[in-house]
Design a protein around this ligand. Structure first.
Ligand code: TMP
Length: 235
């Protein structure tokens, strides 16, 4: 298969159909703009399976995504999109970079949920940007930004309610959006414990990539537990 793009955690290949790609999930873990790196055996498999379940759930709730189907342990078939280089973060509770940046108390609830934009640019360290920057840099139109915000909040509603039933608190997460050939905006990239913060509602344990970022250990064990609860909910 022709390789179209390789990122830190995934490789994108051209599929047999011109409008679709195969996304291969790698085991590489990076944090702090790739200053911290490791390989965690099996992480790619867990993220592919978890992402596939989430995308399927969003589609069933009428939210357009790039997802077509899970192909194998590490591969997903998806519509080819032009990725909008903006990382969209939705926060329900304050933690992570916002606590450091704004001096907010840990766990402060955001109601309504907070939406933030970051420029997807590793060389610049993904700086935070606002609506006007997106327009000024010509990254998306006014109408597209509105669509992205609405979709981000709908994704939050669907995932938060679903995870709550599994005793998982959706603290925050990052989405990427893409334009399909016809210009439709869809949720793209991945939705996994690498790109979300999940806290166990009963124990408060972190069940996401903060285990790697903060050297807490046992990453695979907690990703497996997320997958176990999701699979249980599905069946
Ligand atoms: P932050 O608190 O570090 O800004 O992270 C907010 C959310 O975005 C959190 O769920 C982790 C996710 N995230 C990514 O998916 N990729 C990134 O590069 C960063 C910095 C955060």
């Amino acid at each position: 298969m022709e390789k179209l793009y390789e990122g830190k955690a995934k490789i994108v290949y051209q599929s047999n159909e011109p409008d679709k790609v195969v996304i291969y999930f790698k085991d590489e873990a990076t944090a702090f703009n790739a200053q911290k790196r490791d390989v965690i055996e099996g992480k790619g498999i867990l993220n592919n399976k978890i992402s596939s379940i989430f995308f399927d759930l969003l589609e069933k709730n009428g939210i357009p995504t790039h997802f077509v189907k899970q192909l194998s342990d590490r591969e997903m078939l998806a519509y080819k999109t032009q990725i909008i280089p903006v990382e969209v973060v939705v926060r329900n509770l304050a933690t992570g970079s916002i606590v450091k940046r704004l001096g907010i108390q840990e766990k402060t609830p955001f109601e309504p949920p907070l939406i933030e934009f970051y420029l997807k640019n590793d060389q610049l360290g993904d700086p935070i940007i606002c609506h006007q920057h997106i327009l000024a840099l010509n990254l998306a139109s006014e109408e597209e930004i509105e669509t992205i915000k609405n979709l981000a909040l709908r994704v939050n509603d669907v995932l938060k309610d679903f995870l709550k039933k599994l005793d998982i608190i959706l603290v925050d997460f990052k989405l990427e959006f893409g334009r399909k050939n016809d210009g439709t905006i869809v949720v793209a990239d991945e939705i996994s414990p690498d790109t979300c913060r999940f806290w166990d509602a009963k124990t408060g344990e972190r069940m996401d990539k903060d285990r790697f970022r903060l050297n807490l250990g046992d990453l695979s064990k907690f990703y497996e537990e997320v997958l176990r609860r999701l699979s249980y909910a599905k069946s």
